[in-house]
Design a protein around this ligand. Structure first.
Ligand code: KG4
Ligand code: ZN
Length: 356
């Protein structure tokens, strides 16, 4: 018999629900993004996020069931993200999942959001061989894992300060490109000279597989201070701040070459920092495959650079599965369903849940 799992995700600023059959067939995937709500504040505002989740959760789940053509009683399990994330946001998804589970007598499965991101890749690439390296890079996480065998994770490196996506967002905000920064920088970087600004590589004391992006962010800030000749840059930033919903062409009109060069150089540095460590990790654990998942995994420059690496096979999620979604949560629940790893109604939100 087919296994239909409903996934529910509300850990940050996306309310999402999806139905996945047998851990690999996406029957529906609905994502309600709160970007418009948070964009004017330059980042996610937790109180607003909880409120938006409350508004969206019922229609989003209903839509996922309708799109999949299934009813609650057709479900084998209901999977929900229990952490890590914003506690108020997580609670909305968890409370609703519990209520559905109780009312329809369908078992509940708790999923770690980071494991979900890893499954956004495994879902479409069941052929990935273990041991494998896995890098989860988003606005909230920069975590490097060894996957010894299916479901067996060991955390081998993480950021000591900002997440990679956070660095993209902060640099974009500093230069007046709005939020989120990753997609804009990704689109503009090809127009700049990635070798124009030299940022020194980050050397980590202790674990060489750890990351740090706050120094790079400060280096970009210093660059802007040095280039604020006759306030040119400040005017440039003001012009960009007045743009809303800009297209690449709009951004290009208000962005001189030296700023494009800065963006390209910044992006190249982040990509090199990420790929260098994935490569090092793969050597250490004897892996021939590496998974890269999370919002930053949609970066075109990162995907291109990864393809140029010899000796390591990289796997990326489909673009729509890179950023937060619930198909990855439902897919991650399939092995747990087979192992009968169910959660009780006492399930709590765990803001700092770790995967290891
Ligand atoms: O996985 P995600 O949707 O949410 C979190 O769990 O954080 O990731 C969002 C993050 C943001 O920081 C955003 O700027 C970054 O992913 N991002 C990108 C790109 N698309 C999204 N960063 C670089 N290049 C992109 N194309
Ligand atoms: Zn995420």
């Amino acid at each position: 018999m087919q296994t239909n799992i409903l996934g529910i995700e509300s850990s940050c600023d996306e309310t999402a629900a999806a139905v996945v059959s047998d851990g690999e067939q996406i029957r529906s995937s609905v994502v309600a993004s709160q970007l418009a709500t948070h964009a004017k504040y330059g980042g996610v505002v937790p109180e607003l996020a909880s409120r938006e989740h409350l508004r969206a959760i019922v229609p989003v789940v209903r839509q996922a069931l309708v799109d999949a053509g299934v009813e609650l009683h057709d479900l084998s399990a209901i999977a929900v993200t229990s952490g890590p994330g914003l506690v108020g946001s997580l609670l909305v998804g968890i409370s609703y999942a519990k209520a559905l589970s109780y009312a329809s007598n369908v078992p509940l499965i708790a999923i770690n959001h980071v494991e979900g991101h890893i499954h956004s890749v495994l879902l479409e690439n069941p052929e990935v061989r273990f041991p494998a390296g896995a890098l989860v890079v988003s606005g909230g996480h920069t975590h490097l894992f060894e996957i010894r065998a299916a479901g067996e994770y060991r955390l081998i490196g993480k950021t000591r300060d900002d997440a990679a996506g956070e660095a993209f967002d902060k640099v974009a905000k500093l230069l007046g490109f709005g939020y989120p920064g990753g997609p804009v920088i990704d689109k503009l970087a090809p127009f700049g000279d990635a070798t124009a600004v030299r940022f020194s590589p980050v050397k980590m004391k202790g674990n060489p597989l750890d990351f740090s992006f706050s120094g790079l962010k400060t280096a970009v800030l210093r660059w802007t201070e040095r280039h604020d000749v006759n306030a040119d840059l400040r005017e440039e930033i003001q012009r960009r701040k007045q743009l809303r919903k800009a297209s690449v062409d709009d951004w290009l009109k208000v962005t001189p070459q030296r700023t494009l060069d800065l963006l390209a150089s910044f992006q190249r540095t982040v990509i090199e920092e990420l790929l260098r460590r994935v490569n090092l990790a793969a050597e250490e654990i004897g892996a021939e495959s590496a998974i890269i998942a999370g919002g930053v995994a949609s970066n075109a420059g990162l995907r291109k650079q990864a393809l140029a690496y010899n000796g390591l096979r990289f796997y990326f999620p489909a673009p729509e599965l890179s950023t937060d979604n619930a198909a990855m949560i439902a897919a991650a629940a399939f092995p747990k369903f087979q192992a009968k790893e169910f959660a009780g109604l006492e399930l709590k939100a765990q803001a700092s849940l770790v995967l290891a």
